[in-house]
Design a protein around this ligand. Structure first.
Ligand code: GRF
Length: 201
């Protein structure tokens, strides 16, 4: 089962997925490709260290999103990718990617969607003063954090939290939930029917 990760930044989720996969915790999976729109991002060095192929591009070099996405699709086909895992990929997608990979592309977002979509979800939740927030894995459509929810993990606020301790616990939850959801996909347990997603036991 061949996986591509799309990322734009630090790549701590990329790293967690590579390590879980190599430790055999994701069933028989391999992370075969990193797609990154920021050639200088730390995630690129992580991919090099891990020996994962990269497709790096600079969006400014293209007239339209569709143009670089067509190149990404070609790269995904070349690597025979079964699942696309977005992990801090900071771009919206067009139908060039969304249509061929409908139901085979997931994203992780650091809030309990539909609360706090978009950038700085943890800061938004902190400012709002919620008592529970968390992490969501959802299918990707063309919107901003709008696809069908696959799984969520709640993260309660603790009395002594500051935004940093909250952020740390959310990132820990991401590293539990994302590999788990990827393993469900890899073992064929996720059934997608329109806007309904069920996970078979
Ligand atoms: C994560 O918090 C993820 O939920 C969000 O972007 C962040 C990526 O972090 N979509 P990293 O690059 O995986 O360290």
């Amino acid at each position: 089962y061949r996986i591509a990760v799309f990322a734009s930044g630090q790549g701590s989720n990329f790293q967690a997925l590579v390590e879980s996969s190599r430790a055999g915790k994701l069933g028989s999976t391999e992370i075969v490709l990193l797609v990154c729109d920021k050639p200088q991002a730390p995630v690129v060095e992580r991919a090099r260290q891990a020996g994962v192929d990269t497709f790096l591009f600079t969006p400014k070099g293209y007239a339209r999103r569709e143009d670089y996405e067509a190149e990404i699709v070609a790269e995904l086909e070349k690597h025979q990718v079964d699942l696309i895992v977005l992990a801090g990929y900071m771009r919206l997608l067009t139908s060039v990617l969304v249509e061929p990979y409908a139901g085979k592309m997931i994203n992780i977002h650091p809030s309990l969607l539909p609360a706090f979509p978009g950038k700085d979800a943890i800061g938004q939740a902190w400012e709002y003063g919620v008592k529970v927030t968390g992490v969501t894995v959802h299918l990707v459509d063309g919107g901003m954090d709008t696809g069908t929810v696959v799984a969520q993990e709640a993260v309660p606020l603790l009395p002594d939290d500051d935004i940093q301790t909250l952020e740390d616990r959310i990132h820990q939850a991401e590293k539990r939930l994302y590999p788990q959801v990827v393993s469900w996909f890899a073992s064929g347990r996720v059934i997608v029917e329109g806007r309904k997603v069920t996970v078979r036991q």
